[in-house]
Design a protein around this ligand. Structure first.
Ligand SMILES: NC(=O)c1ccc[n+]([C@@H]2O[C@H](COP(=O)([O-])OP(=O)(O)OC[C@H]3O[C@@H](n4cnc5c(N)ncnc54)[C@H](OP(=O)(O)O)[C@@H]3O)[C@@H](O)[C@H]2O)c1
Length: 429
């Protein structure tokens, strides 16, 4: 074993960073044996220097993260600050001054992954970010390395624990969205401002990262179609149950059937109870991968939390440490396929549509005609009448989102259609 230690700087010492520091200390001997050199914590950058941080030597703490990454003697910089700036500049500065980088920053990787990979490559350094998607679950490395010889066609994931907790509560207790969100907040699963989670921004960042790696193509955050889950109702769950389904907020990355393009999207969807993702409960995450040769794979586990996320960061630290010692780098960005990313209108899936209609003869025929005129084929229809009004639940065969959109627009113009109560995509069949 090399006696000269690998010097590691920690940028951020919050929920994740404090656990990274703790495990670096408690597992120091094992980490050294696995890497082939001891690991030394060389500095810790934070915002509030006076905060008591258990197990951290106060002499290592600084508020000057820029000076820390410019030291020039660092081997690895672990970025667990989050957000775009100053994280982005700190990472590129770290490369310029000779360090490799491990990051957990999904927002930054989804927005600027290509530029950061280019900077890493220019300086001959590693950029690893297993913790950026689905916390502790090994996903980036399996996609990037284990499945590098296969052809991934689809990645279907529950990649946000907060929204899965809320939807699971709604499903299992009949609670409404707000009640379930309040419980998630009280239990610490949702932040005071839950927008990033419930509006799907967090999942969209992860979808962009996953799609890029899975399809060897650059997928930008703007390429990901995003819909949140704040409008899912207890009634939607009742409809889902009648179909033998539940509702999940899914990140879906797909290769088109002709293989010539890809799509990435995040939205709530019904999935059959028989699908493995339907049984992912509480705040857990799971990602279902379909590939040519491997068939179906499922990755499951805790998608957030200090220690689980630190597990992924430490795994990267070991991998990057080994690379440093052997004087090499791991795989960089693989975007050679350069496939176009299609818009949501071209996505093909099934739909569950609830309509409030007048309860009189001929309405069903009128509605069916609108579907037929837009080339959307109906699988099942269920009608329920009450006091001159009726609800019509239509489940379609596979159709494009654009065709479905045109159908709904035309339905809204019918005198006999009082309103479109809900539209939900049906996935995982
Ligand atoms: N939390 C999770 O479960 C989880 C899961 C997966 C990925 N991640 C990712 O991990 C990263 C960190 O998340 P977290 O939950 O650990 O965040 P956090 O608890 O808010 O910690 C952020 C840390 O960064 C420090 N910091 C903030 N601005 C800084 C600046 N300008 N210069 C130096 N230090 C600064 C803060 O200092 P103070 O301590 O002084 O405030 C704090 O120590 C994010 O990218 C997040 O997306 C988190």
């Amino acid at each position: 074993m090399r006696t000269r230690p690998l010097k590691v700087a920690l940028l951020g010492c919050g929920v994740v960073g404090s656990e990274v520091a703790r495990i670096m200390t408690t597992h120091a001997d094992d980490l050294a044996a696995r890497i082939g050199a001891p690991v030394e914590l060389a500095g810790v950058a934070v915002r509030r220097p006076d905060k008591v941080r258990e197990g951290i030597d106060p002499a290592l703490v600084t508020t000057d993260a820029t000076a820390l990454v410019k030291r020039g003697d660092l081997d690895i910089v672990v970025e667990v600050i989050g957000g775009i700036e100053p994280a982005r500049t700190l990472i590129t500065t770290a490369f310029e001054h000779g360090a490799s980088v491990v990051s957990a920053n999904k927002a930054l990787l989804a927005q600027d992954g290509a530029a950061l990979h280019a900077a890493a490559e220019e300086h001959g350094k590693d950029l690893y970010y297993e913790a950026a998607v689905a916390g502790a679950i090994p996903l980036i490395r399996p996609l990037r390395e284990s499945l590098a010889g296969d052809k991934v066609n689809r990645v279907l994931g529950i990649v946000n624990g907060t929204t899965n907790f809320i939807l699971d509560k709604m499903d299992s207790t009949g609670a409404g969205y707000q009640e379930a969100l309040d419980e998630a907040t009280a239990l610490g699963y949702a932040e005071a401002d839950p927008t990033a989670d419930v509006e799907g921004f967090d999942a969209a960042a992860k979808a962009a990262i996953l799609a890029g790696i899975a399809f060897h193509t650059r997928v930008r955050l703007d390429d990901v179609h995003r819909e949140g889950m704040t409008e899912v109702t207890a009634g939607d769950f009742a409809s889902a149950r009648e179909m033998g389904c539940t509702i999940k907020l899914l990140a879906i990355c797909e290769r088109a059937e002709d293989g010539a393009s890809v799509t990435a999207r995040v939205h709530p969807a019904m999935i059959p109870l028989s699908h493995p993702l339907a049984s992912v409960r509480g705040a857990y995450n799971a990602v279902f991968v379909e590939s040519d040769a491997s068939g179906q794979l499922m990755f499951y586990g805790p998608g957030a939390g200090g220690a689980p996320t630190a597990s992924a960061v430490l795994g990267d630290l070991v991998a990057v440490g080994r690379n440093r010692i052997s004087g090499t780098t791991g795989p960089g960005e693989s975007a050679y396929a350069a496939l176009p990313v299609s818009s949501m209108g071209e996505v093909v899936t099934r739909y569950h549509i609830s309509l409030d209609v007048a309860d009189k003869p001929g309405v069903l025929a009128q509605v069916a005609t609108v579907f037929a005129e837009h080339g959307v084929s109906i699988d099942t229809v269920r009608q329920q009448g009450k006091d001159g009004e009726a609800s019509l639940v239509v489940v379609t065969h596979r159709a494009s989102d654009a065709a479905l959109g045109g159908t709904v627009e035309a339905l809204r113009k019918l005198d006999t259609v009082r309103g479109v109560a809900s539209i939900m995509r049906v996935e995982g069949e």
